[in-house]
Design a protein around this ligand. Structure first.
Ligand SMILES: *Cc1c(COP(=O)(O)O)cnc(C)c1O
Length: 373
């Protein structure tokens, strides 16, 4: 490949559209602190996501940290080791102890059947992740949470705009966090949000992200600074207009990958989930080395030699990261461990050419031992 193919490429509105959107900011000279773009984006997201409250943040990580920190939690939090490290850091940085539960081999999300055995008197919450936009077993997780009086906070960074059995994914649990990082399906350059139907939580989030200074000027809590600025919000307002088109283009890429790669021995493809309208955020494939012939790492190297940059996402498993491995044993979550060793996410973005997709698939097919016969 002459041109480098990266695993993702940020979606951008037409340049003129963004310039038009930020003109108001020049006129008002109001650059941050919950200005009119901020308020407009928050209200648009409430209607897009069908939630009463959207609290915008400067990034998704701080949104999750604020959310977990505003719920009055203590002790242990049950979560998945198969995620982006932000999820776990957000728990740990709040002085809480992550307890890792293994994942389901079908959706790569928390295995709800394994949660209850991990609950102790110290457990205060569950933090599941809708991995690759696969939706967690939300009904079972809620049942367990209700029975044991636990909070449920979803890391929905991968699941923007998705619905499950007709309901927007944002409506599950006590709250959900979204990331609007440049690499996500919908972005505000950097950015994030917590969505909830809990008004008291919404007010606490405001204080968390604004130094504890309440709208009336009183300061009764200790807060940080994590406000989304007007330029971020303006990018979000523009990108929202193009969201459905972006998703439709991603869908074409995903379908092309699946057409090309299905039936190759030793490769497991993403399975569309029943009842879910996907946002086509990621294309993770699993290499079963014994059958395919070579390992995930070897496939990744072969692609790299051809100027194609896939990503081992998620690798390493969180419980194998340097800052966590002394406290955990990744063998206790064998399915997650196997996934982390076998998964490769392939390049996927709205305008990735289908010819390039064909070439990537051809390189992968030829790399396998099935190609010889
Ligand atoms: C992107 C992401 C985050 C962090 O979001 P930022 O906006 O980059 O801070 C957290 N969790 C998951 C699963 C993510 O993919």
């Amino acid at each position: 490949m002459e041109e480098k193919i990266l695993v993702t490429r940020s979606s951008m509105p037409p340049f003129e559209e963004y310039v038009e959107e930020i003109k108001d900011i020049w006129e008002s000279r109001w650059l941050t602190n919950m200005g009119s773009k901020h308020e407009e984006l928050a209200s648009k997201l409430c209607s897009v996501l069908q939630v009463p409250y959207t609290s915008l943040f400067t990034n998704g990580h701080l949104a999750l940290e604020a959310c977990i920190g505003s719920m009055g939690l203590s002790g242990e939090v049950i979560t998945t080791p198969y995620t982006f490290v932000s999820t776990t850091h957000a728990i740990t940085r709040n002085g809480l102890t992550p307890v890792f539960c293994d994942i389901s081999p079908d959706t790569y999300t928390l295995d709800a059947d394994k949660i209850e055995e991990l609950i102790t008197p110290r457990t205060s919450a569950i933090v599941p992740v809708h991995v690759y936009g696969n939706i967690c077993d939300v009904d079972k997780i809620q049942q367990i949470a209700d029975k044991h009086h636990l909070k449920v906070i979803y890391d929905a960074a991968h699941a923007f705009y998705e619905t499950y059995n007709g309901k927007n994914v944002a409506t599950f649990g006590d709250a959900s966090m979204y990331s609007f990082h440049a690499t996500k399906v919908f972005h505000t350059i950097e950015g994030g949000a917590v969505v909830t139907s809990d008004e008291a939580l919404f007010k606490k989030l405001y204080n968390w992200k604004n130094f504890g200074i309440q709208p009336n000027g009183e300061i009764n809590s200790i807060g940080a600074n994590a406000k989304m600025n007007e330029f971020q919000a303006a990018m979000g307002i523009c990108n929202l207009r193009h969201l459905e088109g972006e998703i439709a283009l991603r869908k074409e890429v995903v379908e092309r990958y699946t057409d090309n790669l299905k039936g190759i021995p030793g490769i497991i493809l993403p399975k569309p989930q029943e009842g879910v309208t996907s946002n086509y955020a990621y294309y993770p494939i699993i290499f079963e080395k014994d059958i395919f012939g070579i390992s995930r790492d070897e496939v990744s190297d072969i692609l790299k030699q051809q100027n194609i940059f896939s990503r081992k996402y998620f690798y390493p498993l969180i419980s194998d990261c340097g800052c966590y491995r002394d406290q955990y044993d990744s063998n206790e979550t064998p399915i997650a461990k196997h996934m982390a060793e076998s998964v490769l996410t392939l390049p996927l973005y709205a305008h990735l050419s289908l010819d390039v997709v064909d070439q990537i698939c051809e390189i992968i097919r030829k790399a396998g031992k099935g190609a010889a016969c």
